[in-house]
Design a protein around this ligand. Structure first.
Ligand SMILES: Nc1ncnc2c1ncn2[C@@H]1O[C@H](COP(=O)(O)OP(=O)(O)O)[C@@H](O)[C@H]1O
Ligand SMILES: [Mg+2]
Length: 387
């Protein structure tokens, strides 16, 4: 490998990809592929504890100040799809988050108003905007995240709005004086020196076994983290998430030591995002086209993670059962907490699709058949929580 290439990959992995990157390069008049020029411009509030500028002074020396964003401004950028128009002038920007979806790093104050952090100000939340090719992805993500939280997986905190999803940043912590501090994190491509193009195990990039190996050797609680990694891989199957790749898992450097970060970017791409690659990011079977695992595939998943097949089977039974038992309450509480969200039918369709999918998984694994509930309008009525 060319010397220094892994360092380059590390920095490149902080940046967005695809159309998001192209639009940013265009609006900032930066040559395509010039990672460092882009980071110098938009890198003040990267993932983890990194703040990158092109000045010799540390950004910390600057004054922190915040500028209110306003709901209307958010609605306007969504309507015009001009996500970077507010940033073409002098304003320092907070856009250096990885991924293929348009997103902003923002600061949410105690009463819930969103602001742009400027100077040495630090963001506390991330807004993810609609996807150009997949309908209702923010709502899909908000629901999948809450649902997996209801199945007791350690997930980020998200709130859905009509066209975007707001998540609190797990790589930030509030200090006693109310200021926000950065906590370092790195995704598994950064942790292992891969380039951002090598995020899919299925296409020869980073493998689940490599992630498990890093956790075994570096996490301060490897047994816990491997178990969460197993649960995440099973959750990907249960919710039909084919996009859970090496950048959608990170290591967080907590005060106790490195550990797997809370789970994020949780969506159902198989059941709803038909335009995306329909193969799981990390294969679940030697037959890479299989979507529903059979009992032989349990051993394959176990091998990838270096755990006993009996543990994978036990967790599959537990999670699929919880998914069926908790779906109705999960949908009801989602709507109670999101009374302002329209498109209510989308979530009930997603919930029913996941339930049918889970039933098929249980059948394929020869697990006892459980009657699945039917989610309908009575679970998602707008006035439900007001009665
Ligand atoms: N809630 C969060 N807290 C901290 N960092 C986050 C959070 N959500 C996403 N990130 C960071 O932003 C990157 C991109 O986010 P992700 O949700 O994966 O977006 P995309 O859907 O575009 O892939 C992640 O790799 C991670 O570094
Ligand atoms: Mg992602």
């Amino acid at each position: 490998m060319e010397p220094g290439i892994q360092d380059r990959h590390f920095f490149s992995n902080l940046l967005p990809k695809g159309i998001v990157r192209r639009e940013l390069e265009h609006s900032k008049k930066i040559h395509h592929g010039d990672d460092f020029a882009l980071l110098a411009d938009i890198g003040r509030d990267c993932a983890g504890a990194l703040s990158i500028t092109d000045t010799p002074e540390p950004p910390i020396a600057e004054q922190a100040w915040y500028q209110e964003i306003g709901e209307q401004a958010i609605r306007d950028v969504i309507a015009s799809k001009g996500y970077y128009l507010p940033f073409t002038g002098e304003t320092p920007v907070r856009l250096s988050l990885a991924g293929a979806q348009h997103k902003w790093a923002v600061y949410r104050d105690q009463i819930g108003t969103l602001h742009w952090p400027h100077g040495s100000g630090v963001s506390s939340h991330i807004i993810k905007f609609p996807h150009s090719a997949v309908n209702n992805l923010p709502l899909n993500e908000a629901f999948c995240t809450r649902f997996l939280g209801d199945l007791e997986l350690p997930v980020i905190t998200t709130t859905a709005y009509n066209d975007y999803v707001l998540s609190s940043r797990y790589d930030r912590k509030t200090l006693a004086d109310g200021t926000i501090a950065r906590v370092h994190q790195e995704d598994f491509l950064q942790a292992s020196g891969y380039s951002s193009h090598e995020k899919y195990g299925i296409s020869g990039g980073i493998q689940l076994s490599e992630i498990a190996k890093i956790l075994r050797s570096h996490s301060y609680r490897p047994v816990h983290d491997i178990n969460v990694l197993l649960q995440r891989q099973l959750a990907n199957i249960i919710t039909g998430n084919t996009d859970a790749h090496g950048k959608n898992l990170s290591i967080l450097y907590t005060a106790s030591g490195p550990t797997l970060s809370p789970l994020y970017d949780l969506t159902s791409t198989l059941l709803f995002g038909k335009l995306l690659d329909q193969r799981y990011a990390f294969p679940i079977s030697p037959d890479e086209t299989r979507k529903v695992p059979n009992t032989q595939d349990i051993a394959f998943i176990a091998r990838s993670l270096g755990v006993r097949p009996a543990l994978v089977m036990e967790q599959s039974e537990k999670l699929t059962q919880l998914a069926i038992n908790r779906m109705t309450d999960s949908v009801i509480s989602f709507y109670e907490q999101h009374q302002f969200v329209k498109k209510r039918g989308m979530v009930s369709n997603l919930a029913n699709a996941i339930l049918r999918w889970v039933k098929a998984i249980r059948k394929s694994l020869h697990l006892e058949s459980i009657r699945i509930p039917r989610i309908d309008d009575s679970h998602t009525r707008e006035d439900r929580g007001c009665k």
